[in-house]
Ligand binder design. Structure first.
Ligand SMILES: [Zn+2]
Ligand SMILES: [Zn+2]
Length: 497
């Protein structure tokens, strides 16, 4: 199939859309990439980190280009999001017209680019759209999404009201938010310190390409900021999700090489935690406040609430494109269902809406559309250290068991002829019980193990060690559960002599 791939199209530079490129492109035979300039630069940076730069040919698109890729004709239309150069695609096959909106919102007053191209979208609708795929992230939020301009004003009001230093934490990929922070800093006469590797990279890439407007002498080093009054400094940092290695967490733990918290600092966290990160964020906030910082937690400036269209925007997209079929995408299943209901509320028929799972296939023909029986295999691939996908379910389950209840290693020497334990029996516990103080329990475990070994039906000529190990694992496991209500991983090691 590799030879059939004419190219890969990218809509925008957020990590959930480009992060896997270093893993996927080589598997697809390094196909050419088609995308806008900023996205291209961010992808190249990503590929460079994996020593893959230059393997795929990079084609930089103009938003008015018409691309011919094999039998497909592809056109672009600009959308708003919270990173510049976000585009949707109109893809025409010999029989079908598909419109793919990626993450998007409509913004009449965006911060760093032009409004979405309503006229093009409406024109596509006029040509007849067979299938629309649209962003469901905010399908349960009523109304319209706030414009970046309003968000910028909110941010500026914060910067204006603060006396001491401001430490502003956000995602490095939120170029629009970074621009707003810089604007607010410049307006209120603050210099900007940029910290965190990905933040430094993004600011450099976006600034060099002209996507970030930063007046000369605005950005200074952390060292030189120490010579300025606190009211003249804004520090831009990564780590709004409490990520352990990010600059904000290092600042909070007092491990950052050039920035430390002092009383009077205000930390603005411009994103609400992605589910699962709440505790990490709370830990960082605890450390910051303990050192005297004031922490402002800005849900309103959050990525999710601000970068994606809400119900009224979503309805407008459907009305403009007037698709025959509709597929809500990019969101939890319940949000895709909410999006489907919105479509029905403005007149789409239920049978023309496809709420799909990853890997499901819908076939669209001039005569109709249907969901196929066969699925494309999908799933998650775990990237662990240098390994990609080499850690399977079993290893992950082991890690979970060990993390939850620890492990117990039972080491014994068994005589091959008699099937009896020679010498003593060693028990090692890691993360299960503290050995000292649990002598009784350990003694009982040893007793259990001996019982299993002594009562086995040992055949000197064909000893079945695997069976014995399983028996020990089961019975000792059961015994420990009775006694402690914990299920540590049990690893019997048999040395035969
Ligand atoms: Zn995005
Ligand atoms: Zn996304």
């Amino acid at each position: 199939r590799k030879r059939k791939i004419r190219g890969v199209l990218f809509t925008h530079g957020h990590l959930d859309h480009i992060g896997a490129t270093p893993y996927i492109l080589p598997k697809l035979g390094d196909p050419p990439i088609y995308t806008m300039r900023l996205t291209a630069a961010l992808i190249e940076k990503r590929l460079e980190e994996f020593n893959l730069k230059g393997r795929s040919r990079m084609h930089i698109l103009d938003k008015d280009d018409v691309l011919t890729l094999g039998a497909f004709t592809v056109r672009m239309f600009r959308l708003n999001h919270n990173i510049p150069d976000c585009i949707g695609f109109s893809i025409k096959t010999p029989t079908t017209h598909v419109v793919y909106t990626t993450d998007w919102k409509f913004d009449h007053t965006p911060v760093d680019e032009k409004p979405a191209e309503f006229h093009k979208i409406a024109k596509l609708g006029g040509e007849g759209v067979d299938l629309l795929l649209s962003d469901s992230t905010n399908a349960d939020e009523p109304g319209y999404t706030l414009s970046e301009k309003e968000l910028g004003e909110k941010l500026e009001a914060i910067v204006k009201s603060v006396q001491g230093r401001i430490i502003f934490a956000t995602f490095s990929s939120l170029v629009s938010r970074i621009q707003q922070a810089v604007n607010a800093a410049v307006k209120h006469d603050r210099k900007v310190v940029v910290t965190g590797r990905s933040m430094v990279d993004t600011v450099e890439i976006a600034h060099n390409l002209g996507y970030l407007n930063i007046p000369k002498k605005t950005v200074i080093t952390a060292e030189s900021s120490k010579r300025l009054p606190d009211s003249k400094v804004l520090i831009l940092t990564t780590g709004s999700q409490g990520e352990e290695a990010a600059a904000l967490a290092r600042i909070a733990r007092q491990e950052h090489k050039s920035i430390s918290i002092k009383p009077g600092d205000t930390v603005v966290i411009s994103a609400s935690p992605i589910p699962g990160n709440e505790r990490a964020v709370a830990a960082v906030m605890n450390d910051l406040t303990r050192q005297g910082a004031h922490v402002l937690y800005q849900k309103i400036l959050d990525v999710h609430s601000s970068g994606h269209g809400r119900q009224e925007d979503l309805k407008l997209m459907i009305s403009l494109t007037r698709p025959k079929y509709f597929m809500p995408i990019h969101g939890e299943h319940y949000l895709c269902v909410a999006h489907a209901e919105l479509a029905m509320s403005i007149g789409m028929k239920k049978e023309n809406i496809f709420v799909m799972d990853n890997g499901s296939v819908v076939e669209i023909k001039p005569t109709g559309a249907r969901v196929m029986q066969d699925k494309i295999p999908t799933g998650q691939i775990f990237v662990d250290g240098l390994g990609v996908g080499d850690i399977g379910e079993v290893v992950l389950r082991d890690r979970q068991v060990m993390a939850k209840d620890g492990m117990v290693v039972i080491i014994m020497t068994v005589d091959r002829r008699t099937g009896k334990i020679v010498n003593s029996l060693d028990i090692i516990s890691r993360g299960f019980v503290y050995m000292k103080g649990s002598e009784d329990l350990i003694r009982e475990v040893k007793h259990e193990v001996r019982k299993v070994v002594e009562t086995q039906n040992h055949k000197p000529h064909e000893p079945n060690w695997a069976y014995l190990r399983n028996q020990i694992r089961d019975q000792v496991g059961e015994f420990l559960f009775q006694r402690t209500e914990r299920r540590p991983m049990i690893l019997p090691v048999i040395i035969e002599v």
